[in-house]
Design a protein around this ligand. Structure first.
Ligand code: F6P
Length: 550
């Protein structure tokens, strides 16, 4: 592939063929697609691990899918995938390998970075985590005053928070219910205050999670947490060793902070923050669910990794989901993508995916630094059903925007619910199926009239339908299934980045705000004049200071 065709994706023959095909399909309705293809409902289905993936309610035909696969082939998605899996430095702007898949590789795997097999190091850290988690869970590890640890506070932000926080909620039914596990991320002091206000410091462990150990929010909160602990315990620095552990790639900064290097759990620069919760960053989760369930989760990741690596294009689920996103984002002008889990336990799932997807693919220059001439990553959003149904589904059903959506549901409720609450599960899932049905097929004006609706209300009560959805169904939300789901989305994001020819593994877009915040802080605190500050921000800073009586 020459440089021009890479940078001008939209001039490739495969892209042009898709654009023409889109024209031909026009406003074809899912009702017509189903009528034309008996068996579509059971035919447009794939299985990966425990995940049943139904893509029948998409605005695609066999021809669409064939053309999309041709685009993937022309963009050499498979070549980039293999380069990632073997440890090539595909994160070119940071000159790093991208090897989150090594975090769940079996002990006997060999994956080399700069000639060194990284798998033994991965397992050494997992073993160390398991030993530590076991000591916390058994009560063998005690705090400074000899009391058992009952509270675990993860302090981290972005990838050092969203993953473990999401997974802790998702797997709550597997957690040790005698432990209190909380997550502090926001530099707003209220976050830490609320997390510790009812806790006994003598029974509290802080897990400071930061890949770089320089992130201002995390270091500020960790410093405040240390001050709180020492104050509560009326103890000196020596108490830190029993109450603080670190998860990081930066041993020097961890030591500088005062955490014993023996209490540091390492990971490496080839693990991106948003791809890191199955690394040492998962320690709080491992303490909560235990090492065995954590390993089951890693096994789940691995199932999908293997599938992504080996399944042919026709049945490769991450490839399919990536291509469907391209179809809507690039050929239907869809701007956003909703992820709607019908599981209370997945309440943080979409927030986690927001970083995974938007920090990875929210890019407007390609790998070579040229502006892209096509849409890249979508806005990802959503909350668990059925709550969303009573909030924003109105817009999905009857608004003017095309919003492709993923519906994720389970056949079994996971918790030890009372029988009455178990019975509610069918109602939850009835809503799940009803929504995808209504979104796809809608309700025609004639159907509305047949119900005796007065003519002036017919338009209001008509549902156009034709809103595409993917249904992902599994028997139960287990640790393995969670791992499978996350790996599925990781690889979907990868596929899209490969096609758009962007670096999905850097995040330069978060840097400017960090630099400006550092510059602005002294102006807020002591009125320092900031040369070159724009007029609007200057006025707002002055207003803020006046409101604070400064
Ligand atoms: O938001 C930018 C970012 O670098 C994320 O990519 C990362 O997950 C987060 O900050 C936290 O970084 P760290 O783990 O180094 O504290």
């Amino acid at each position: 592939m020459n440089a021009d065709s890479r940078t001008r994706l939209d001039r490739t023959p495969e892209w042009t063929a898709l654009a023409e095909h889109r024209e031909e399909l026009g406003e074809v309705h899912l009702r017509d697609l189903f009528a034309a293809e008996p068996g579509r409902g059971s035919g447009y289905v794939l299985q990966v691990g425990d995940l049943h993936v139904d893509y029948s309610k998409h605005l695609v035909t066999d021809e669409t899918l064939r053309l999309l696969r041709e685009l993937a082939a022309a963009r050499d998605v498979v070549g980039l995938r293999d380069a990632m899996l073997r440890g090539d430095r595909i994160n070119t702007t940071e000159n790093r390998a991208v090897l989150h898949t090594a975090l769940r590789a079996p002990r006997n795997a060999v994956i080399e970075v700069d000639g060194e097999n990284v798998v033994p190091r991965v397992h050494a850290v997992l073993d160390k985590m398991a030993g530590f988690a076991g000591r916390i869970r058994s009560g063998e590890w005690t705090g400074h005053t000899g009391r058992r640890i009952k509270n675990v506070i993860n302090v981290g932000i972005g990838g050092s928070d969203l993953g473990p926080a999401m997974a802790y909620e998702a797997l709550r039914s597997c957690t040790d219910r005698d432990l209190t596990v909380r997550f502090v991320s926001n530099v707003d002091g209220a976050d830490l205050y609320e997390a510790v206000r009812d806790l006994d410091a003598a029974e509290t462990l802080f897990v400071i999670a930061s890949k770089t150990f320089t992130t201002i929010e995390t270091i500020t909160n960790a410093t405040s947490a240390r001050a709180w602990l020492l104050d509560q315990l009326k103890a000196g620095q020596e108490a830190v060793a029993r109450h603080f552990v670190a998860l990081s790639t930066n041993a020097g900064k961890v030591a500088e902070f005062g955490i014993d290097p023996d209490n540091m759990f390492e990971f490496w620069d080839w693990v991106g923050g948003r791809y890191s919760y199955d690394s040492a960053i998962g320690l709080s989760l491992m303490i909560a669910i235990g090492p065995d369930r954590f390993r089951e989760m890693l096994d789940g990741f691995r199932i999908v990794d293997e599938h992504f690596r080996t399944a042919p294009a026709e049945s490769n689920v991450p490839l399919l989901l990536g291509l469907l996103g391209i179809w809507y984002g690039n050929f239907h002008d869809a701007q956003s993508h909703a992820v709607l889990p019908y599981s209370h336990y997945l309440s943080r799932f979409t927030a986690y995916l927001q970083q995974l997807d938007m920090e990875s693919n929210g890019k407007s220059v390609d790998r070579d630094g040229h502006p892209v001439e096509w849409q890249t990553g979508p806005v990802v959003w959503g909350t668990p059903g059925t709550n969303g149904q009573h909030a924003y589904y109105q817009l999905i059903h009857q608004g003017t925007k095309l919003i492709p959506a993923d519906f994720i549901g389970f056949a079994e409720p996971v918790a030890d619910l009372a029988p009455g609450l178990v019975a509610q599960h069918d109602l939850l899932m009835a809503n799940f199926f009803a929504q995808t049905q209504a979104l796809a097929f809608g309700k025609t004006p004639d159907e509305v009239r047949a119900e005796g609706v007065p003519e002036e209300l017919v338009a209001h009560k008509t549902f156009r339908g034709n809103h595409p959805t993917t249904t992902i169904l599994a028997r139960e939300l287990t640790p393995s299934v969670l791992g499978q789901l996350i790996a599925l989305y990781e690889h979907k994001v990868f596929v899209q980045g490969a096609i758009w020819h962007i670096d999905s593994f850097d995040q330069w877009g978060v840097e400017l705000g960090k630099v400006l915040a550092k510059r602005i802080e002294p102006a807020l605190t002591d009125g320092t004049d900031i040369p070159g500050l724009d007029e609007s921000t200057k006025a707002l800073v002055a207003k803020y200071r006046a409101l604070r009586g400064r």
